[in-house]
Ligand binder design. Structure first.
Ligand code: KMH
Ligand code: ZN
Length: 402
């Protein structure tokens, strides 16, 4: 969420010799922008609690035109962390001459926190969609005895995840001995077991396991699931190569689209957003778009807030405004990055596919335990947890009866 003011500083604003404007004047403008952000986010003016950084980068003079921008970059239950920048976009010359600058000059940069007490929050925070990735293709029973493999185990795991707050189940299939499979029949059994117990959205994988062919991977699409993943580029995947050739990606996107299935676009790196942009341009992806930022796969982008912010920033260029995004971080990054995503306004995926530990050295007793943890983060960030029905609305899926 952003807010912006543009204004011209007058002779009244000059405080020091040589027509120099004091830095406090610009901080006052940051305060105005912060107030607008609080009004937009919470329907309340809020209170500015503290700056944690302020940098004065270039002098400001009477006669300068400033553009001041602020953005909420993280949300707590009552805190709104903000980033500000003031840029000089024009200036007075001599006599009545003036010019607009060909390139803005950044004059002040800051970050700080505003607080809106709970009782004054008049606008509800957006709900968070929790996805549980309960099976995967790589996690093994040798790593964790809690991995579900049989239809009844899958159905029970999905039910427990739903109880813990999950609205979506990201689904892979396995043979009873744990071998990954994309068999249509196996998926049908798993989906039936889930449907018999709960109303979650089932999102089938078209990624399968590394080494599988595209046709093999796409068998679950024949079952017309509500959602399916779309993997967007070839990459190293640990010691393996996860092959997603451009022509194949186009084909899979076309199959998903022609069946009316909602795609979840899996992006493991910054450049994958460019690949997605190209698919939008070709008409192979339709709005509303939903992205999964998979962070921390060896071969993809690292699981850091910095990387995530760069990926979110890409969504502001050439993608529809209603685009949604989620984070699935792998291994020990799963829960910390889930919390970051929640505070940045995103959705979250957790589960044994990506991480088997709930605490350092403590195995999660199931994906549901990781969902419980993610749900607690959501509550701490003041975000309601989307039911499957609400998630269907947010993701542009038709309502489902029964
Ligand atoms: N098993 C990974 C190689 C997806 O589900 O679409 C790919 C994967 C992605 O899990
Ligand atoms: Zn997967």
């Amino acid at each position: 969420m952003k807010a912006r003011v543009r204004l011209r500083l007058s002779a009244h604003d000059a405080h020091y010799g040589g027509n120099l404007v004091d830095g406090a004047r610009v901080l006052g403008l940051f305060g105005d922008v912060a107030t607008e952000l609080c009004v937009r986010s919470d329907g309340d003016e809020g209170l500015f609690r503290a700056y944690d950084a302020i940098e004065f980068l270039a002098p400001v003079y009477a006669g300068d035109f400033l553009e001041v921008e602020g953005e909420i970059v993280a949300w707590g239950a009552t805190s709104r962390k903000m980033r500000f920048t003031a840029r000089k976009i024009g200036r007075a010359l001599s006599d009545s001459a003036a010019e607009m600058l060909p390139e803005p000059i950044e004059v002040v940069r800051a970050s700080g926190t505003c607080v809106v007490p709970r009782g004054k929050q008049r606008i509800a925070r957006p709900p968070v969609i929790l996805t549980a990735a309960i099976v995967g293709a790589e996690t093994t029973r040798a790593q964790t005895p809690h991995l579900p493999l049989l239809p009844d185990q899958i159905g029970e795991e999905a039910r427990r995840c739903r109880e813990a707050g999950a609205a979506v189940i990201h689904l892979h299939a396995r043979e009873p001995d744990g071998t990954p499979t994309q068999s249509r029949e196996r998926f049908a059994q798993f989906i039936d077991a889930i449907r018999a117990r709960t109303d979650v959205i089932v999102q089938t994988s078209t990624g399968g396991a590394v080494g599988m062919g595209i046709a093999e991977r796409c068998q679950p699409l024949e079952l017309h699931p509500e959602m399916a993943t779309l993997n967007i580029a070839t990459m190293n995947f640990g010691d393996d190569v996860f092959e997603n050739r451009r022509g194949d990606v186009d084909t899979v996107a076309g199959w998903i689209r022609e069946r009316g299935i909602v795609a979840e676009i899996e992006c493991y790196d910054l450049g994958h957003l460019d690949a997605a942009r190209a698919l939008v341009a070709k008409g192979l992806l339709a709005s509303p778009l939903h992205f999964q930022f998979v962070l921390g796969v060896p071969g993809g982008v690292g699981a850091t807030p910095r990387a995530l912010e760069a990926m979110i920033a890409e969504l502001g260029h050439g993608f529809p405004a209603e685009t949604t995004w989620a984070v699935a971080a792998v291994g020990r990054h799963q829960l910390p990055m889930a919390e970051v995503a929640m505070r940045l306004g995103g959705h979250v995926r957790v589960g044994l596919e990506d991480n088997i530990y709930v605490d350092k050295g403590v195995l999660a007793k199931g994906s549901w335990e990781l969902v419980e943890r993610a749900a607690a983060f959501a509550r701490a960030a003041g975000r309601p947890i989307a039911t499957p029905a609400r998630a269907r609305q947010l993701l542009g899926l038709p309502e489902r009866s029964g």
